[in-house]
Structures are given as structure tokens and as C-alpha cells.
Design a protein around this ligand. Structure first.
Ligand SMILES: [Zn+2]
Length: 349
């Protein structure tokens, strides 16, 4: 707080940098699940006409608006997602910029939360489309949390340590533990796959950046959002198309998948605690040996081959949304929780 703060107008700089990052996230969202390199080819192409895009096509926010969502060359539609990702990333970066560089001064936290939110946005869109969360993104969140924790130690800040261990480690263990427990109990009690493994690894990354308390709040927000939006989804889908009804009656959609074995859940959980999936990014052999399958690569999968599993509502987007909400509103939400705690335990003023 004692340092000179950025002037208020610089929030526009935060917005534009965020929008530019959002533009890069669109590349990540498109290329990463297909196993394509993020840097090769270095230029962007129109997915419809494959025309190489130049500067006028690639100005964040403005290009899409001025070209009215169409390719400059072939007039093909550019999905609104491209614009939306830029707007959302820009807005979130502007908010963190304001909170930690203008209204207060905490550059390390600003950078950590900005990069963290970028990971969550990319993971959300990839999960919605492909029902996976790339290991690279989950590993990156873990790295962001660890680096932020190192800076906190360097600044001798009390929040660097939780439960006698580094806060990012405490948060990561809490995140893995919470979602792994849901998976394990769901399998044990309901004989169903309750959670995707990507969600467990994502919760580990969320815990590493937000630390245990805020991560716990973000999981609670995720469950609440999931309940509300999931109910809306069910209501909207109340009358399925006739053929879908028929398939459901045949049991094709729900009965086919054998739930994962308890042994596999235990072994994978231990693997995530030990970060075998992270180390496995550099040592694919280790990954294969531990998890019994290759690290995710879609080179072999064509876009049309991916079928939507009707029974699985991906929880990843809710987790990500919960984490972003708590990161943005941590101050007020934390005060609300602690004042409730004081009231509930009888410490009334
Ligand atoms: Zn085109």
C-alpha cells in the first residue's frame, strides 16, 4: 500500500492486455485439444477459407466488431466465442488490474490472478467442447500457485504459510483431497463416476493459487452454480427429441459405461497428489506406467468422432467459474464468511 499506485486511466491498459491475451486463448482453445502446436504455424488462419490473417483481422475486440463477426476474405462467420473470450478475459484482467494495481498495490497477486483466470477460461471452453481439461493447463495453474507462494515468502508475508506448510501446497492437497473424496464416495455409494479426473487435477491447481480457505469457498460456489444451472438445463431439456427418448428407453445412453474401479481411483488419486501427471508431461513413459494410458493426445481423433456423453455434465466449467468469482470477490466473500462465523459462534459485539 505504501508504493505509488497506477493512475486510474491505466485500467484501460489492463483491459486491452487482457483482450490480447483472450485473443491468444482463442488459439489455445482451438489448437491445444487437437494436439496442434501453439506456435506453429505462427500466423492465424481463417478456419473456413484458410486465408492467412493480418493485423486488421487480429486487433482484439475491434476486429470482430468492425468486421461484424465475418471473415474479411471469405465473409464466413467467425463464431461469437472469439469475441466473447476477448471481452471476458479483458474484463477480468481489468478488474484485477484495478484491485491490485490501482486501488491497492500487490503486483504479485495481480499477475498470479490474471494468469490463473486465463488458464480457467481456456480450460472452460475446452471442457465444454471436448469434455477434457488438458494436463498442461492444470500443471500451469500449479506452477502459478507455487511461484506466487515463493514471492510471498520473499516478502515475508504471513499468508505464505498455512497449516505449517506452504499455502500453495496446502491448497493443492486440499483441492485434490476434496474432489477425489467426492469421486471415491460417489463410486462407493452410488456405483457411478461422479467426477472427471480433469476436475480433480483442476481443483488441485485452484487450491494452489487460491489457498485452502478461498479454494473451499470456490468449490461451494461451484456446487451452488452447478445446482442452479444444472436444474435450468434439465428444465430446458425436459422434452427431448423423439429419437433421443427412444434411445434413452433402450438404455443405450446410460447403461453402457462401466464405472471406474476403486483401485484405479485410489491409484490415480495418489498419482495426482504426487503430481505424476505433471512430471509425466516431460516423462511420458512414467505417465503411461502410472495411469495405464497415454497422456491425452487427440492427433488421432477427428473432430466429428467426438461424441457427447449425455450422462456427464462437465463440472469443470462450474469449478472454473467458482474460482473466478471467488478470486474477484475474495474480500467481501471472506468478510461475509468470517462475520457469519463470529455470529454463529456467539462472538457478538
Ligand atoms: Zn475466411
Amino acid at each position: 500500500m505504501e508504493e505509488p499506485l497506477f493512475p486510474e486511466w491505466t485500467v484501460a491498459v489492463g483491459l486491452m492486455i487482457g483482450a490480447a491475451i483472450g485473443s491468444f486463448l482463442n488459439v489455445v482453445i482451438y489448437r491445444m485439444p487437437l494436439g496442434k502446436s501453439l506456435s506453429n504455424p505462427p500466423h492465424s488462419f481463417c478456419p473456413a477459407c484458410e486465408h492467412r490473417l493480418g493485423v486488421p483481422d487480429l486487433v482484439p475486440l475491434f476486429s470482430w466488431l468492425f468486421l461484424r463477426g465475418r471473415c474479411r476474405h471469405c465473409k464466413g462467420r467467425i463464431p461469437a466465442r472469439y469475441f466473447f473470450v476477448e471481452v471476458v478475459t479483458g474484463g477480468i484482467w481489468a478488474a484485477f488490474w484495478w484491485q491490485y494495481l490501482i486501488a491497492g498495490w500487490d503486483p504479485a497477486r495481480a499477475v498470479a490472478l490474471m494468469l490463473f483466470s486465463a488458464c480457467l477460461i481456456a480450460a472452460t471452453y475446452i471442457d465444454l467442447r471436448w469434455f477434457i481439461i488438458p494436463d498442461e493447463i492444470n500443471a500451469l495453474m500449479l506452477g502459478i500457485g507455487a511461484a506466487y507462494n515463493v514471492v510471498l515468502y520473499a516478502q515475508a508475508r504471513p499468508e505464505a504459510t498455512t497449516w505449517g506448510i506452504p499455502s500453495s501446497l496446502a491448497g493443492a492437497l486440499f483441492g485434490v483431497g476434496a474432489l477425489w473424496a467426492v469421486t471415491f464416495l460417489g463410486r462407493l455409494l452410488f456405483r457411478k463416476d461422479a467426477m472427471g479426473h480433469g476436475d480433480i487435477k483442476m481443483a488441485r491447481g485452484i487450491g494452489a493459487v487460491l489457498f485452502p480457505m478461498a479454494a473451499g469457498m470456490s468449490f461451494a460456489v461451484a456446487v451452488a452454480l452447478g445446482a442452479v444451472l444444472g436444474a435450468v438445463q434439465i428444465l430446458v431439456r425436459r422434452r427431448p427429441a423423439p429419437e433421443a427418448e427412444q434411445e434413452e428407453a433402450d438404455g443405450n445412453l446410460t447403461e453402457d459405461v462401466e464405472p471406474e474401479s476403486l483401485g484405479s481411483i485410489l491409484r490415480c488419486g495418489l498419482g495426482y497428489v504426487l503430481c505424476i501427471d505433471v512430471i509425466g508431461l516431460a516423462l511420458p513413459k512414467l505417465y503411461e506406467r502410472w495411469f495405464g494410458e497415454e497422456a491425452y493426445a487427440v492427433e488421432s481423433i477427428e473432430e466429428e468422432d467426438v461424441e457427447v456423453e449425455a450422462t456427464v455434465i462437465p463440472f469443470g466449467p462450474y469449478l472454473a467459474l467458482g474460482a473466478i468469482v471467488v478470486a474477484l470477490f475474495e474480500g467481501p466473500l471472506g468478510r461475509l464468511a468470517s462475520s457469519y462465523w463470529q455470529w454463529a459462534t456467539g462472538e457478538r459485539p
